[in-house]
Design a protein around this ligand. Structure first.
Ligand code: AMP
Ligand code: ZN
Length: 483
């Protein structure tokens, strides 16, 4: 499989360190609010990556953190802790909102068919590990204490800016924010590993440490949690494109300084979901969540389908018009699949292999999900039976997870039920003498029509009409309505 590696800025063959096994780390959500559908675009594409690696035969071990402390309002070291801000907004404790929004995040993931990683670890559960990492960095001379905080000294590295294909402007802002926010830094790019009470005294969650009571920086969480569960080496690390700097740059700096060797071979970054007015955010404009889409009548899986239609390394513009187009395309696809009969024939191995090759070619090419969606349509054009086509769609859905087979089965069942309803013989109340008389006359009228005695047939119709009974003739026979 070819995958774009942000570290080398090239598409490369994906080769994990251990044959057949992949260690994968994902930056999890900061649980101070609901995830917006932009955040979820990143988690959908990472889910496709994980599932495609599994589909390709790898045993994937995936770890994700939950940021419940240490992520400040800016991604640098300035501003308040996002969690504290969220708790204040809702007049709850930090732990209460962390629990609430962690549950909400996984509820959204479930609706979007996003698999829960093998390990999910809240940062507040690994404080001892973070302290050990910071101690190690101090011992090795990569960190210093100033003004009560512990900082990473970026001047000790030969190369700090590991990714340079991000927007220069974003980088400038990040660095400027760091300088303005903190006089203690020796170098403009240095970042905090551990905050103590000397800063942000109102922090709710604090722990004792060799440097005083305080709390970890955001970046150290991911290094600590990754090393705890996946060891010293990582095959692939993922996150949204905004995480490249400063978050992932800092993760690499501190991890490699601590370990003394290269840490992670592949970096996978998902580009942003934007609105027509710009970057999607939790604070401005309409706060787009999965629940909001549902309240407007959209199936969350159609949002997933919408995301799959474009490549993860391109920004994607969200608008209701674009989403409506995805709804139409999805429903059409389901309707066509519903016309296929799963019992139509045996699996045709040659056709199956042909359909599957188009799908794997697409995803082997830097996870090209839009081509993988085209491969779905190509299945419909294959010259083979319904059973093979449906088996291919079910196979692809192990990765795409857009519920096509179950949606088609639902349509098939609904159609069957509607047909049965249309053909159902009406139930009559035989204790009603009028019903008995009507049924008798319907039989007599049928006989009259058979004998071409249309005058008699009309007379019966009129006789019943005078009694308030209307006869209804259709292809399946004659029924009636009283009153
Ligand atoms: P956060 O909860 O802010 O820590 O972000 C969770 C994930 O969503 C991170 O991987 C971010 O890089 C990613 N992310 C943030 N905004 C967007 C967006 N507009 N589109 C796609 N991914 C995003
Ligand atoms: Zn992270």
């Amino acid at each position: 499989m070819l995958i774009y590696n942000s570290l080398t800025r090239k598409r490369e063959e994906f080769i994990p360190r251990e044959e057949g096994k992949v260690s994968m780390y994902t930056c999890g959500p900061t649980v101070y609010h609901f995830a917006h559908i932009g955040n979820l675009r990143t988690y959908i594409m990472e889910d496709v990556l994980e599932k495609y690696l599994t589909y390709s035969g790898y045993d994937v071990n995936r770890v994700m953190n939950i940021t419940d402390v240490g992520h400040l309002s800016s991604d640098g070291d300035t501003g308040e802790d996002k969690m504290l801000k969220g708790a204040r907004r809702e007049k709850k404790t930090v732990l209460e909102i962390a629990k609430f929004y962690t549950d909400a995040f996984f509820a959204d993931c479930k609706k979007l068919n996003i698999k829960v990683p093998n390990t999910v670890q809240p940062a507040t559960g690994c404080i001892a590990e973070f302290i050990a990492l910071v101690e190690g960095l101090l011992e090795k001379g990569y960190a210093y204490v100033a003004g009560g905080n512990v900082y990473f000294d970026t001047s000790k590295l030969d190369e700090y800016y590991k990714f340079n294909d991000f927007n220069e402007e974003d980088l400038e802002v990040g660095v400027r924010e760091g300088v303005e926010g903190d006089e203690n830094k020796k170098n403009k790019a240095d970042f905090v590993l551990w905050f103590t009470k000397s800063k942000f005294d109102d922090q709710e969650l604090k722990w004792d440490s060799p440097w005083g009571i305080g709390y970890p920086g955001w970046h150290i969480e991911c290094s600590g949690i990754s090393m705890k569960y996946l060891g010293e080496y990582l095959d692939i690390h993922c996150g949204g494109i905004d995480n490249q700097f400063p978050h992932h740059t800092n993760e690499i700096a501190q991890s490699e300084a601590y370990l003394g060797h290269k840490w992670c071979n592949y970096w996978f970054h998902v580009y942003h979901l934007n609105t027509n007015s710009g970057k999607m955010s939790k604070s401005s404009g309409e706060f787009l969540t999965v629940s909001l889409l549902e309240s407007k009548g959209y199936d969350p899986l159609v949002y997933r389908y919408f995301c799959l239609q474009s490549h993860y390394r391109k920004s994607l513009v969200f608008s209701y018009e674009n989403l409506d187009n995805a709804v139409t395309a999805y429903n059409k696809l389901v309707a066509r699949l519903a016309q296929l009969d799963p019992k139509d024939g045996e699996i045709d191995e040659a056709a199956f292999a042909e359909g599957k090759k188009r799908f794997t070619d697409a995803l082997d090419n830097d996870l090209n999900t839009s081509l993988a969606v085209t491969a779905l349509y190509d299945v419909l054009k294959l010259r083979t039976n319904g059973a093979t086509k449906l088996a291919l769609i079910a196979d692809f859905d192990r990765v795409l997870s857009i519920g096509l087979c179950s949606a088609a089965e639902k349509v098939r069942k609904e159609k069957k039920a509607a047909d049965a309803e249309a053909n159902k013989a009406p139930e009559y109340d035989m204790s009603d003498p009028l019903v008995v008389e009507v049924l008798d006359l319907i039989e007599k009228r049928k006989q009259a029509k058979k004998e071409k005695n249309f005058a008699e047939a009309d007379r019966i119709r009129q006789y019943l009409l005078d009694k308030g009974v209307t006869l209804i003739d259709d292809r399946s026979g004659t029924t009636f309505k009283i009153g």
